[in-house]
Design a binder for this molecule. Sequence first.
Ligand SMILES: *Cc1c(COP(=O)(O)O)cnc(C)c1O
Length: 407
Amino acid sequence: MTRDATGRADDRIDTLLQHIGQAPLDPVTGSGPVALPSMRTSTVRFASMDVLDRAQAAKQRGERVPTYGRVGLQTHEALETLLCRLEDGQRAFLAPSGMAAISMALMACLSQGDHALVVDCVYGPVRYLHKTILSRMGIAMDFVRADLDSLQAALRPETRVLYLESPGSLLMEMLDLPALSRWAHDLGLTVVADNTWGSGYIYRPLALGADVSVIAATKYIGGHSDLMLGAAVARDPARIARLHETHYALGNTVSADDAWLALRGARTLGLRMRGCGENALAVCQWLADQPQVSRIFFPAWPQDPGHALWRRDATGSNGLLAVAVDFTEPQARRVIDALRLFGIGYSWGGYESLVTQVEPSALASHGYWASTADDRMKAGTVLRLHIGLEDPADLIEDLAQAFAAAG
Ligand SMILES: *Cc1c(COP(=O)(O)O)cnc(C)c1O
């Protein structure tokens, strides 16, 4: 009898998260560690020239057969398998950051002369990628409100990609990913979705209609604010082939130690996401009673306009939210500085609570904000909170004393 190290195909996701990529048992002693070691290498050794030839041939066919350290050995493969199971994909390609995974996916799907439609609620640095690199390579992008009328109006004969992010990066707006994907597929477009929010655990773009899902594993998969890593996951052979060659040609490589950290983090992905999500709901309940709060952006919050879509398409929540508050700029700065338990910092998805102010210039380029924000909201400030795994009662006390410090 063998105890396989990958879990069974019909195991549920919380079970798979504990079993995929356990270390194999030694065939002689019949024993081994639970955790797969970090398998660092640059060079791969072969038993004979015949074995090497077979590996080369398999690699040419697009199979995952390492002939050199750049694609990584078992540690990387275990993480890729886990990401495929989370995302309902066939192959996952690792990159040294979420942004590197986004660049890789877009370069795999776009060529000179092509145009991409990008939703305007997208992670900001995608605009920078276009401005600095893609535009120079003759690839055009329009950043458009994520509704069918706006997208239809911006469509060009050379449009090839629809790039989505749901919920959106700043104001957490849920998109109707199945409807947008159907529209895009009728036009022959490839749908690429940033799934850092869902990380394959609470939201699964490939199952909802996207062709490529990109994740910053830096956030919830790693989960401990000590790792940069990204991945692009796909299902169909044509997209997998393009990602395979782009991954190889760009030289995207990930340290085995980082793949190992991501694998370790993923073991508790479900627990951490649920914990952060429950704490965030408790914080929302407090925020909703504060006179300074004009709007909460959190799809799991029943008053959020995306709540119905969230109920339909997501299976849970995490700790990320935004809140519009009636504070002037100096007041908002005093409130943020007064917080004791919230670190001031970008990023999110770790075990700890964080706060930043959403930059007004980022909101200005945001169609959703422009069309739905009332005057009271526009006069104020938007804070972004990541609610971590602290006791929510302490977080609420901290927010209360900081709000009082606004003066
Ligand atoms: C952080 C983030 C990224 C980029 O990830 P890095 O690992 O920091 O490069 C991409 N998309 C979203 C939505 C993010 O929040």
